[in-house]
Ligand binder design. Structure first.
Ligand code: NAP
Length: 359
């Protein structure tokens, strides 16, 4: 809106408020151009982890504001879909390796804001949780500090804790500590499990319901909408650095049993009612055997996480000016593809929320 007013008031001219100077570096940022897709915000931003689920939405939101986005990639094809999200020259793809200081420096050299969304739910033979969430996160923060980056936003997890029985959550917490040690003003963002088109929550429940019946479906989860989290991250670029941890749990506490019912009601398929309830010992043994193949199926740490309730902390949404979205109104949008041709257009009858489930 401000941009539109500016254009109408003084077409083609820059105003004083278009100029921002970063206190740390003294680097000037000059916004210019028309509003929207072809705008130039003057900012250059690097998004590590841009090829992932959250990354695509963040890059899209940043590019829409006319920001030049550096998108580091490991596999070129994984970054192709990002290119049309911005105007010509605004999305710059760069190959990188999380172990290389030089390549990280290349990626952040011209940036005033850096986002680190890098994370992995499972370990591989080349990268364990520690190398990605702790060593990798520290390297990105340290190199960004050396290169004079003004603002670092590091994405962790709602359940990050050094005392967690899950190695994933433990390393996420250790990573936060290391990032803060080398980049003290960094913003740590802790979202809950996220849902959306490419999620590993609703889609996985629809595909493999038996993995979500662990713990008799009693585990409590606070799912957050991917677009809400991406909006918070994008807004952080335009606000002064928030040097603390932001909690982003979903608006409601749900159980896996409720989510199984919801997915079943929306997809009009009742697979989950036939799926067996697997005891924890057997699930862990199966997950250990599954490590022998080279594609991700389920990891033993994931089984541990299926028995852990999401952290019961208040969210920081209100302060950030965003109202988090409930899962039910969006479930059909993300799950309709699991319906059959016969039921594709049928209306949905949502299951009743049981008493343990709260808003
Ligand atoms: N999804 C959720 O429900 C959820 C909930 C809370 C917090 N988070 C956190 O939010 C962040 C983004 O989540 P997401 O769902 O977008 O994750 P994602 O889809 O799994 O994407 C992860 C990103 O990290 C990159 N990455 C992973 N291992 C790497 C390595 N060894 N070297 C370089 N890059 C590597 C991936 O690059 P490649 O494409 O090259 O593999 C990808 O761009 C993560 O830190 C995640 O832990 C996610």
């Amino acid at each position: 809106m401000l941009r539109v007013q500016r254009c109408l008031a003084s077409p083609g001219k820059r105003a004083y408020h278009d100029l921002v100077t970063f206190p740390a570096t003294g680097k000037p940022v000059v916004a210019h151009g028309p509003p929207g897709y072809s705008a130039v915000s003057g900012h250059t931003v690097t998004v590590f982890g841009s090829t992932g689920f959250l990354g695509r939405y963040l890059v899209s939101k940043l590019a829409k504001m006319g920001t030049q986005v550096i998108v580091p990639y490991r596999e070129e094809d994984e970054a192709r879909h990002l290119k049309p999200m911005g105007d010509l020259g605004q999305i710059v793809r760069m190959e990188w390796d999380i172990r290389s200081d030089e390549q990280i420096a290349e990626c952040v050299r011209h940036s005033d804001v850096v986002y680190n969304l890098v994370g992995r739910d499972y370990e591989t033979k080349n990268f364990d949780y520690h190398s990605v969430h702790v060593a990798g996160a520290e390297k990105i923060a340290a190199v960004s500090a050396q290169c004079g980056v003004s603002q670092l936003v590091h994405v962790s997890h709602l359940n990050a804790s050094v005392s967690s029985p899950s190695k994933f959550y433990q390393t996420k917490a250790l990573g936060e500590e290391r990032v803060k040690a080398v980049f003290p003003t960094a913003t740590i963002v802790r979202p809950g499990s996220m849902y959306g088109f490419e999620d590993r929550l609703l889609n996985q429940i629809a595909i493999s319901p038996w993995w979500w019946k662990l713990n008799q479906g009693k585990t409590q989860i606070r799912p957050a909408h991917i677009l809400d989290v991406a909006q918070v991250l994008a807004d952080l670029m335009a606000t002064p650095q928030v040097s603390r941890t932001l909690m982003l749990p979903g608006p409601s506490t749900l159980t896996y049993a409720y989510l199984l019912d919801l997915v079943s009601a929306v997809t009009l398929r009742s697979f989950h009612s036939y799926a067996p309830e697997i005891p924890r010992g057997i699930a862990t043994a199966v997950a250990q055997v599954a490590q022998a193949v080279w594609w991700p199926i389920v990891s033993p740490d994931e089984v541990t996480r299926r028995f852990m309730d999401d952290s019961n902390v208040p969210g920081d949404w209100e302060e950030l000016g965003i109202t988090p979205t409930e899962i039910e109104p969006l479930a059909l949008k993300y799950l309709r593809r699991y319906r059959t041709t016969d039921t594709y257009t049928e209306p949905v009858a949502f299951p009743a929320r049981p008493s343990v489930v709260s808003a």
